[in-house]
Write a protein that binds this ligand. Structure first.
Ligand code: NAD
Length: 432
C-alpha cells in the first residue's frame, strides 16, 4: 500500500519504518527541515533500540522516504497517518493545533479518495474535527479513522510489529476493510484487531494510559506507607502481584512517572471529562501523588544531610525511563532543579540522554563521560533511571571514588543488605 505518515517523531518514525518493513511504500513527512535532512542522510534524530537498522534497510530498499512536502506525501498515498504531537495546552487539555493544521493541509492536497488515520493521542470528538477541517478544503471523498498507538518507547519496534491489539475506530466499511488489510501482517500471531466507533477508539488510549499511571501512583503510595509502618514494599508488591486479577506489571514503586504520554494524557482525560461536567477524581489524586513522588528522593536527601548546600550529588539516569533518550517530564528534571536550588552541585550520567539533558541544564550540571565519573567526589549517588548498566556496578570502586558513601536508590534496583555490608548508607523507596 502507499502510505504517508505526517510527523516523524517517536511514533511517526517507528510506524513509518515498521509499515515499510512489511512491504508498504511509506513517505514520512515532517515540518522540521533539519530532522528530515538528517533522516534523508540516514541519521536517526532519536534513540530507539533497533530503529536505525530498520530505517537504514527500508531506506536502501526505497520503501521509506522522507520529505517536508506534505502535499507530495498526501498526493501519492491512499492512507495518510497523522502522528504529530498533542502536547498539554495552557488549560491542561490536549492541544490539537498540530493535528488540525495537518488536517487542513491534507484537505488542500487531496486528489482522490484517502483514508486519513489519526494515530496521535486525541480526545473524543477529534475525528469529527479532523473530518470538518478536511471537508472545508476539498470535495474529494475521504474517510477518517481513529487508530491510537500503544507502543512503548524503548520497545517501540517490537510493540508495533507484534502489538497486543490493534484498535480501529471507523464508521464506514470501506476504510474499515483497508485498515484491516493494512494491519493483517502485524496481527498474524493472533493479536486481535478491535473494530469500534471512533469515539471509543479515541477513549481507549486515554483509559489505558490513565490505568497504568494509576497503578504507578497507587504503588508509590503503598511504598510510602510501608516506610511509615515498617513494612517492606518488595514483599507486599510480590504478594499483591501474584493475584491473577491484579498481575505484576506496573507495580514497581519509584520516583514517579514521566514521559511525553502519561502526564499529558492523565491531564487531558480529566479535562475532557470535566468539559462534560464529570469530575474524574481518581485521576486528580494520581497526578497529585506523582508530583509529590517526583521530589521524594530530594526529601530523603534533605533529611539525611540537613542542608544540601555545598554537597555534590551524583545522578545516574536522566531519561524518563531506560532505553530512550526522551527527557520530557522526566523525574530527573525536578530532582536536579531542587538540588541546584538547594545549593548542591550535580554531576550526572545517562547512557543516551546526555545530549538532551545538556539542552535542559546547560552549564548548571556537570555531565560525566562515564557512569563512575558521576560518583567521583560525590557526597551521595542517586539512581533515578534503571538502565541495565547501573544494576551490577563495582561498589568498591564507587565507594573509593565518593566523598561519603551514601546511595539513594529511586528504583529499588540495588541490594540494600549488600550495600550496608560494604559500608554504604542506603536509602530506597518503601523497603526496610
Ligand atoms: P514527537 O514530538 O516525538 O513527534 C511529533 C513530530 O510531529 C515532530 O517531529 C514534529 O516536528 C512533527 N510535526 C508537528 N507539526 C507538524 C506539521 N504541521 N507537519 C508535519 N510535521 C509536524 O511526538 P511523539 O512522541 O511521536 O507523539 C506523537 C503522538 O503520538 C502524540 O499524540 C502522542 O501522545 C502519541 N503517542 C506517543 C507515544 C510515545 O511513546 N511517544 C506512544 C503512543 C502515542
Amino acid at each position: 500500500m502507499k502510505i504517508a505518515v505526517i510527523g516523524t517523531g517517536y511514533v511517526g518514525l517507528v510506524a513509518g519504518a515498521c509499515l515499510a518493513e512489511n512491504g508498504n511504500d511509506v513517505i514520512c513527512v515532517d515540518k522540521d527541515a533539519a530532522k528530515v535532512r538528517a533522516l534523508q542522510r540516514g541519521r536517526i534524530p532519536i534513540y530507539e533500540p533497533g530503529l536505525e537498522e530498520l530505517v537504514r534497510r527500508n531506506r536502501m530498499e526505497r520503501r521509506l522516504t522522507f520529505t517536508t512536502d506534505l502535499s507530495k506525501g498526501v498526493k501519492g498515498s491512499q492512507i495518510v497517518f497523522i502522528a504529530v504531537g498533542t502536547p498539554t495546552g495552557e488549560d491542561g487539555s490536549a492541544d490539537l493545533r498540530h493535528v488540525l493544521d495537518v488536517a487542513r493541509q491534507i484537505g488542500k492536497a487531496m486528489n482522490g479518495y484517502k483514508v486519513v488515520v489519526d494515530k496521535s493521542t486525541v480526545p473524543v470528538g477529534t475525528a469529527d474535527k479532523v473530518r470538518e477541517a478536511i471537508k472545508k478544503e476539498t470535495s474529494h471523498p475521504f474517510s477518517v479513522v481513529s487508530n491510537p498507538e500503544f507502543l512503548k518507547q524503548g520497545a517501540a519496534i517490537e510493540d508495533f510489529m507484534k502489538p497486543d491489539r490493534v484498535v480501529i475506530g471507523a464508521d464506514d466499511q470501506r476504510s474499515a476493510e483497508i485498515m484491516k488489510e493494512l494491519y493483517a501482517p502485524f496481527t498474524r500471531t493472533g493479536a486481535p484487531v478491535m473494530m469500534m466507533d471512533p469515539a471509543s477508539a479515541e477513549l481507549c488510549k486515554y483509559a489505558a494510559n490513565a490505568m497504568l499511571a494509576t497503578r504507578i501512583s497507587f504503588m508509590n503510595e503503598v511504598a510510602n506507607v510501608c516506610e511509615l509502618v515498617g513494612a517492606d514494599v518488595d514483599h507486599v508488591r510480590r504478594a499483591v502481584a501474584s493475584d491473577r486479577r491484579i498481575g505484576a506489571a506496573f507495580l514497581f514503586p519509584g520516583v514517579g512517572y514521566g514521559g511525553s504520554c502519561f502526564p499529558k494524557d492523565v491531564k487531558a482525560m480529566m479535562k475532557f471529562a470535566s468539559a462534560k461536567r464529570y469530575d474524574f477524581e481518581i485521576l486528580q489524586a494520581v497526578e497529585n501523588v506523582n508530583e509529590r513522588q517526583k521530589v521524594r528522593l530530594f526529601g530523603k536527601m534533605t533529611q539525611h544531610f540537613g542542608s544540601l548546600k555545598g554537597k555534590r550529588i551524583g545522578v545516574w539516569g536522566l531519561a524518563f525511563k531506560p532505553k530512550t533518550d526522551d527527557m520530557r517530564e522526566a523525574p530527573a528534571v525536578p530532582l536536579i532543579n531542587a538540588l541546584l536550588d538547594a545549593g548542591a552541585a550535580v554531576s550526572a550520567y545517562d547512557p543516551e540522554a546526555m545530549k538532551v539533558a545538556k539542552g535542559i541544564f546547560g552549564a548548571g550540571v556537570a555531565f560525566a563521560d562515564k557512569s563512575y565519573d558521576a560518583a567521583s567526589g560525590a557526597d551521595a549517588l542517586a539512581l533515578v533511571t534503571e538502565w541495565n548498566e547501573f544494576r551490577e556496578p563495582d561498589w568498591m570502586k564507587i565507594k573509593k571514588a565518593m566523598r561519603t558513601p551514601v546511595i539513594f536508590d529511586g528504583r529499588n534496583i540495588f541490594n540494600g543488605e549488600q550495600l550496608r555490608g560494604l559500608g554504604f548508607t542506603y536509602y530506597s523507596m518503601g523497603r526496610r
